[in-house]
Design a protein around this ligand. Structure first.
Ligand code: ZN
Ligand code: ZN
Ligand code: ZN
Length: 384
């Protein structure tokens, strides 16, 4: 997918999102919502701003038009953002010698007491805002924004699917290529380039975990050389059109030597894992509690005697952020709803020996799961 043919979020969505944010804020008793640089700002305006020491802030304030406050030198991209270009928000640019915090305070409605800030706003800004608006009470906007962002609209699902399919292709390319004798870091560099070549905006992570390193879920690709007769866990992803991919596949590298094929123990472990991942995915439907998906995967892995080796939750939501609500974890009674998108990624890990994980991005459809990744889920036994 080239950038030109990539679907974008239609501008009407931003009008709708801004209106819903305003309504949700009011419903939470919040007088103004202050979104700094990050996913909330992008969600509401389409503005992909660079985090920096100069303050950028969207003020969503009841019935008044939202205002986007930007540093003067960012005025062009700020005005070019979808919501600003469509006239949905006013843009106010501040000069290097202005006090942007005072400018934000001036655009908060008179008498506003309850202010909610985006959860990634840096303390350097929040503390100054608290000083500048001493009568206000500040809270985090997460409860407001999660209501909006947790269910993806069809355009968001389309982008998540494109990202997933691009990541699928990269897994296929890596599995078909040379592996033996290369370092993990070299393969990770390869992954990074290929994700971008397949349409990603950038690569956020490229976990390449060989041999005993496969037992470490977030292993940092290093100088270890990949050898025949061992597993290789690939967990790769990044945003495409802002929406994340995140896929894990487990390979077994033989070097072309039949004596280096996976042993019966690893095959058994993998069979249990694949069954658990499939059953957990199949359990996805509206109304099912998030923790129930975790319980399905965990129950099967425990029943097979690997319970102690499954050391993390089953999944996390994904969208403009790589990890966001909902989380598929014991204790989360949140009911799944159509439009939610998340990973289903059980793993089994034997420290010092080996491990395996299978991860797909799954959307909750009206009647059941919609699997966005299509790469085969079997153990990839490759010559390498
Ligand atoms: Zn992870
Ligand atoms: Zn992952
Ligand atoms: Zn993940």
């Amino acid at each position: 997918v080239t950038v030109a043919e990539r679907p974008t979020i239609p501008v009407e969505r931003y009008a709708d999102r801004l209106a819903r944010a305003s309504a949700a804020a009011a419903a939470h008793g919040v007088d103004a919502l202050l979104a700094g640089v990050g996913a909330d700002l992008r969600y509401l305006t389409g503005y992909v701003a660079v985090p920096q020491e100069r303050l950028t802030m969207l003020v969503v304030r009841g019935a008044e038009r939202p205002v986007l406050i930007v540093p003067r030198l960012e005025a062009l991209p700020g005005r070019g953002s979808a919501a600003a270009a469509a006239g949905l928000v006013d843009v106010v640019a501040w000069q290097e010698t202005d006090d942007p915090v005072a400018l934000v305070a001036a655009h908060v409605p008179d008498g506003a007491v309850e202010l909610a800030v985006s959860d990634r706003l840096w303390p350097m800004f929040l503390l100054r805002l608290e000083d500048a608006i001493p009568d206000a009470r500040f809270s985090v906007a997460t409860p407001i924004m999660r209501e909006l962002r947790i269910r993806k609209d069809p355009d968001e699902i389309a982008l998540l699917r494109l990202a997933a399919q691009a990541a699928d292709r990269v897994v296929g390319q890596i599995a078909a290529g040379r592996l033996v004798g290369r370092t993990e870091a070299d393969v990770a560099r390869d992954v990074r380039e290929r994700l971008v070549a397949e349409g990603h905006d950038q690569t956020t992570f490229a976990i390449v975990a060989s041999g005993p390193n496969s037992a470490s879920p977030h292993h940092e690709a290093g100088d270890r050389i990949i050898r025949p007769g061992e597993p290789l866990v690939l967990d790769i992803g990044g945003p495409l059109g802002g929406y994340g991919s995140d896929i894990t596949r487990t390979l077994w590298v033989t070097g072309g030597d039949p004596d280096r094929a996976p042993d019966a123990d690893f095959r058994h472990l993998y069979g249990v894992l694949q069954g658990a991942q499939e059953e957990a995915t199949g359990a996805v439907r509206p109304g099912v509690a998030a923790e129930q998906i975790d319980a399905v995967a965990r129950g099967m892995i425990e029943a097979a005697g690997y319970g102690e080796q499954f050391i993390h939750r089953t999944g996390h939501g994904i969208g403009l952020e790589g990890h966001e609500d909902p989380y598929l974890v014991r204790g989360s009674g949140e009911a799944l709803e159509a439009g939610m998108a998340f990973s289903v990624e059980p793993g089994i890990y034997f420290p010092g020996q080996y491990g395996a994980r299978i991860e797909d991005i799954v959307a909750c459809g009206p009647d059941g799961p919609i699997e966005l990744n299509e790469a085969p889920r079997e153990l990839y036994v490759v010559d390498g």
